[in-house]
Design a protein around this ligand. Structure first.
Ligand code: SF4
Ligand code: SF4
Length: 134
């Protein structure tokens, strides 16, 4: 099982070696896709977890027990097709190809499963078609 999630953790858990415990105690593979952690502030981290179902659930329960909020990635990144004019300005900036263009029709599309929430597309888009709830 593989899951990409956004973790929001309260400032009292900033020092907690969360990824270490997920790997050692829950036998999960943790791939950190992006992180925003400042001392004495709430932290945000986008991670990909891989492992067996039961271990994944136990690991998630461990995080919840610490007061960490867990959201699926798709809840944090939105692409508004109505606002997008398919100018393609964002395409070359997207490192994971979450934003792509069908060149035969010059139509842009967004695949939230590929997005690593790097934020590079935000400044490129003149129509604010992409929003990240960070
Ligand atoms: S935030 Fe934008 S540029 Fe970054 S991976 Fe997601 S869609 Fe691509
Ligand atoms: S920059 Fe904005 S308007 Fe242009 S293709 Fe990307 S999402 Fe659409």
């Amino acid at each position: 099982m593989k899951k990409r999630v956004v973790l929001t953790f309260p400032k009292q858990t900033i020092e907690e070696p969360i990824t270490y415990h997920l790997i050692r105690d829950y036998d999960l593979m943790v791939n950190i896709l992006s992180a925003k952690v400042n001392p004495n502030e709430e932290g945000r981290m986008v991670i990909e977890l891989s492992g067996r179902n039961k271990r994944m659930n136990n690991g998630i329960e461990y995080l919840k027990g610490l007061g960490v909020t867990i959201q699926s990635l798709a809840q944090d990144v939105t692409w508004d097709e109505q606002k997008c004019i398919h100018c393609t300005a964002c395409i070359s900036l997207c490192p994971s190809h979450a934003l792509s263009v069908d060149r035969s029709q010059m139509l842009v599309s967004f695949n939230p499963d590929r997005c690593i929430v790097c934020g590079l597309c935000l400044k490129a888009c003149p129509y604010h078609a992409i929003e990240i709830q960070f």
